[in-house]
Design a protein around this ligand. Structure first.
Ligand SMILES: Nc1ncnc2c1ncn2[C@@H]1O[C@H](COP(=O)(O)OP(=O)(O)O)[C@@H](O)[C@H]1O
Ligand SMILES: [Mg+2]
Length: 430
């Protein structure tokens, strides 16, 4: 049995056939029971109107299957539906079929370069649709979906209906739905239902705690479900804190070398020599052969008595070669974080660690390359987090696109944080 929350009922009421809205946006906090509502609505519609066709869409099919579809199965079982008996999910065609002839198509709605106008959707005839995390989907895709709503509507004498769900974002949904709703100017064919996670008594307390620990703006967005969060607040480093790192202070501790190795000879190879959390030397080299880089790092390590296990190089791309030759620690940006429940990957975890230590005034930088260090670290932005609520930073490619430079210095500095994540002794030495 399904017992709906008040907000879910409000959303379902807006989707009822006698309600005026054609498109309903259920938008707000993570854990606000949005995906659940969408799946329940789809199931109810399929069971009630035999032989009809719904579509559950999301930007990427892969994510849809890992997230929304799981919720779908969970909801289906609450409705007493048995997999492979009352409904069948075909993982090849990505269609869920019901015994009464109804079906649900699972579809990715990412604007692929080959079909940015979504002509591919033109072939569908649908009764209704539910798009999860609609902020990651273009307005054009939704418009095309709306134009496909006609399948068996006459037969059942029902109006076209579509449901969108999302976490607060500053994209087109903000302008089309949230902002107009706030000004009480939302047209009748649209409805907006705000969602907050406190509404959802089915959420584990630990989930709310995780959201409560998020940085302030993300907490507002994902816990409170506020659409008025400050988007510019996503810089990881405070400018004044960064400047404070260039001070005349000598730290003690072990020596470390962290290096970001140039990929395909395009960007720069950056090598940092550290003592404790003090950056003593920064070497930036252009168009170096990998063997030269290896020799350089080896000599630097020898000169300063740096233990091999305290040398870390990024291992993505050609860096792998350097790691092999040096037999040092390799770092893969995308590898699993030490706290995987909080960070999407190790790189994000290291950047957040660096931000924490910079804020706590525990890092000292050399003045050489001061401008570059500040500029690059200032470019590091927190990525808006959705669905899985993990902290993330924008990619090197995105930074390059936005600023025209590759943050090689910032990355090399970030690598040093690896040793701050793992307590000594627990590091797996090669
Ligand atoms: N009416 C309900 N009955 C039982 N569990 C629910 C209900 N609504 C939501 N939930 C639970 O709350 C969790 C979060 O809901 P979900 O729809 O995934 O949130 P959102 O999509 O807003 O992040 C789900 O895993 C689901 O189990
Ligand atoms: Mg969801």
């Amino acid at each position: 049995m399904v017992e709906f929350l008040p907000k879910q009922l409000e959303c379902l009421r807006a989707l009822a056939i006698d309600a005026p809205a054609e498109v309903v946006l259920f938008g707000g906090a993570a854990g606000g029971s949005k995906s659940f509502t969408g799946c329940a609505w789809q199931i109810e519609r399929r069971l009630k109107y035999a032989g009809t066709r719904g579509l559950i869409g999301r930007s990427k099919l892969d994510t849809l299957k890992k997230t929304t579809l799981r919720t779908f199965f969970e909801v289906a079982s609450l409705y007493g539906l048995r997999a492979n008996i009352d409904y069948i999910f075909n993982a090849q065609s990505n269609i869920v079929s019901f015994t009464n002839g109804s079906e649900i198509i699972l579809k990715d709605l990412f604007a692929y370069p080959s079909d940015v106008m979504f002509d591919g959707l033109g072939g569908y005839e649908l009764t209704d649709f539910f798009v999860d995390e609609a902020s990651q989907v273009s307005k054009r895709a939704i418009d095309v979906l709306r134009s496909r709503l006609r399948f068996k509507l006459k037969q059942y004498n029902i109006p076209p209906k579509g449901l969108l769900t999302c976490n607060p974002s500053k994209g087109w949904l903000y302008n089309e739905f949230y902002s107009k709703w706030k000004q009480e100017k939302l047209p009748l064919h649209y409805a907006f239902i705000p969602a907050t996670s406190h509404d959802n008594k089915y959420l584990p307390a630990s989930y709310i705690q995780t959201l409560e620990r998020l940085p302030e703006q993300e907490r507002l967005r994902l816990l409170v479900g506020s659409w008025e969060y400050d988007e510019s607040a996503d810089a990881l480093f405070n400018y004044d804190d960064l400047l404070r790192c260039f001070r005349d202070e000598t730290l003690t501790g072990e020596f470390f070398i962290s290096a970001d190795i140039a990929r395909l000879g395009k960007d720069r190879t950056t090598v940092c020599l550290w003592r404790g959390l003090q950056l003593l030397e920064l070497h930036v080299m252009k168009k170096q052969r990998i063997t030269e880089t290896v020799e350089f790092i080896r000599a630097l390590a020898a000169k300063n008595n740096v233990r091999l296990q305290n040398v870390i190089c990024d291992e993505d791309g050609v860096g792998g070669g350097a790691v092999d030759s040096l037999r040092c620690k390799g770092f893969l940006n995308g590898s699993r974080a030490k706290k995987p429940e909080r960070f999407v990957n190790l790189k994000a975890e290291c950047y957040f660690k660096l931000a924490e230590l910079v804020e706590q005034n525990k890092i000292v930088f050399v003045s050489k390359y001061k401008e570059d260090i500040v500029k690059e670290l200032d470019m590091v932005r927190r990525r808006n987090i959705d669905t899985d609520n993990k902290l993330s930073v924008i990619s090197k490619e995105e930074m390059h696109r936005m600023h025209g430079i590759s943050p090689d210095i910032a990355d090399a500095i970030m690598l040093r944080m690896y040793y701050e994540l793992v307590p000594y002794g627990k590091i797996q030495y090669i």
